[in-house]
Write a new protein. Structure first.
Length: 281
């Protein structure tokens, strides 16, 4: 069933677990993730990034992922990740996304607050959730213009109370697109933020954080973890292995039948690690 972000994160906040948000890059990815969620009776978030929206458009993505979410036996949120333009965010709301991340992290604080709050009004009128970001989470590769700036607790408090967002993404040492678990998060900074922000917190760059740290963070007020690189790695490794073992196979469906279980396995790993298994009700 299709749900918004608030419907997933408030139970996670009270229940002491977190919901993984997986970046998907096509129909097969999305099906593999939902299969893992259904197998473990877990809620899940399907996210599309800026590149996917530019490639397919919000209407097409919302239609494809929305149908999969509607037909799933577990709660599925269809989420637009890192949207920098209100016009695209509004298109996504109108098209059927159930959650939008408006990323104003590169803006001056007051402009981030004002523009995020305006989109909150638009989205909430359609029962769509809004995630915002305060501080700035940089990228290990690509998007070099994105700054690395730790979240300041007083700014996070002002942002959370002034915008009405449903979730707040924070920067505590996490980095996007790391290919190894080398991030060192500042747990003291996270605690200071959590004391001031009532909404569920969000961590981006999950693939760069060690599993033992993720398990610990999932028991705090962090209720959503964004995961992209680990799924891409699982897909790429399985695809290379499948093609190497079957050099004369050219049927896409046959190839992907062998590849997609790796996506499901990686998704299942995070569902279990973050405590989301058996939390679909």
């Amino acid at each position: 069933m299709r749900v918004n972000l608030e419907q997933l994160l408030l139970p996670a906040l009270s229940g002491g677990y977190a919901v993984p948000c997986f970046n998907v890059f096509g129909y097969e990815d999305a099906v593999a993730v939902i299969r893992a969620a259904e197998m473990h009776d877990a809620p899940v978030i399907l996210a599309t990034n800026k590149e996917m929206v530019e490639f397919m458009g919000p209407k097409q993505l919302a239609s494809m992922l929305g149908i999969l979410a509607d037909d799933a036996s577990v709660p599925v949120c269809v989420h637009l990740d890192h949207c920098y333009e209100e016009a695209i965010a509004q298109q996504a709301v109108d098209a059927g996304y159930s959650s939008i991340m408006f990323d104003g992290s590169q803006l001056p604080l007051q402009e981030n607050i004002d523009r995020t709050a305006s989109l909150v009004d638009y989205a909430h009128a359609a029962n769509v959730s809004i995630e915002g970001e305060i501080g700035s989470v940089s990228y290990s590769k690509g998007r070099e213009h994105i700054a690395h700036r730790l979240t300041q607790p007083d700014e996070a408090e002002l942002f959370s109370t002034s915008t009405g967002v449903d979730a707040v993404a924070v920067s505590i040492g996490n980095v996007h697109r790391l290919e190894s678990a080398s991030s060192k998060v500042d747990s003291d900074l996270l605690s200071s933020i959590a004391e001031r922000v009532k909404q569920p917190l969000v961590i981006h760059g999950t693939s760069g954080i060690p599993d033992e740290t993720l398990s610990m963070l999932a028991k705090t007020r962090v209720c959503k973890f964004n995961i992209g690189t680990r799924l891409r790695q699982a897909f790429g490794r399985s695809l290379r292995e499948t093609l190497a073992q079957n050099p004369d196979e050219f049927d896409r469906m046959t190839i992907f039948d062998n590849v997609m279980p790796a996506i499901s396995d990686e998704a299942a790993h995070h569902l279990l690690l973050l405590g989301a298994a058996h939390k679909s009700k």
